[in-house]
Design a binder for this molecule. Structure first.
Ligand code: GRF
Length: 220
């Protein structure tokens, strides 16, 4: 029986696929979580049964950014992954962005979509279309400190423990089912920068762990 961190169960059974999953990442910025996913799920796999025998569960196949200068695009290209800028700005509303992204994801046969520092809110129609195969990482122990500046919120609240959550994306902001949470201490004298750095190191472990569990359809 599958359970989430709160002991709830079950979740939609999209995985396992029985072949190497094709993974896409949507990112708006730096791309350090993308880099951790690239290391765990290198590109260039997914040709067939040999990958499954090699236990290659997933392979990064596509990166999309809403920012033309996002370092994440450079990170992807350096690793040999197709990296595409899709506009979402004053002239290109969310609906246009989402229809182009849907075309790219489906055209590339993507099985799992990971939001990694993707700083926009997707529509309920989009999240419903990819329900069960759309993940996000958030720098707090959800349900605490949803939304922007989670680390700043944690410091303001005076908590002694912080962390990150990888969760399924639903129609809300940071409201979907939690899959993996990793905890870090809040230390005396922490600033937003030092706490963010400690949480980020945990994120780089949590995201590959959550994706692995998701593709195996097991609890980590
Ligand atoms: C991470 O802290 C992530 O949790 C948040 O945005 C940051 C993205 O960092 N949503 P990076 O672009 O993956 O380095």
């Amino acid at each position: 029986m599958l359970t989430d961190v709160a002991g709830n169960s079950p979740r939609a059974g999209v995985f396992p696929l029985g072949r190497t999953a094709r993974i896409a990442v949507l990112a708006s910025g730096r791309g350090s979580n993308l880099a951790s996913l690239l290391a765990a799920f290198p590109p260039g796999h997914g040709a067939g049964p040999a990958d499954v025998q090699a236990q290659q569960l997933g392979s990064l196949a596509l990166v999309i950014s809403n920012k033309p200068t996002a370092p994440a695009l450079t990170v992807a290209r350096a690793a040999g992954v197709e990296a595409v800028y899709v506009a979402w700005d004053a002239e290109h509303p969310r609906s246009l962005f989402e229809s182009e992204v849907t075309r790219l994801l489906d055209g590339s046969g993507i099985d799992l979509v990971c939001l990694a520092g993707f700083m926009r809110v997707l529509s309920p129609e989009f999240t419903e279309r990819y329900a069960g195969r759309l993940l996000n990482i958030h720098p707090s122990l959800l349900p605490d400190f949803r939304g922007l500046h989670a680390q700043r919120q944690a410091l303001a609240a005076g908590v002694s423990e912080a962390g990150c959550t990888v969760h399924l994306v639903d129609g809300g902001v940071d409201t979907g089912q939690a899959l993996v949470q990793l905890r870090v201490p809040v230390l005396p004298g922490d600033t937003e920068a030092t706490l963010s750095e400690r949480i980020l190191a945990a994120e780089h472990l949590a995201y590959p762990q959550a994706v692995t569990a998701e593709l195996r359809a097991v609890r980590p």
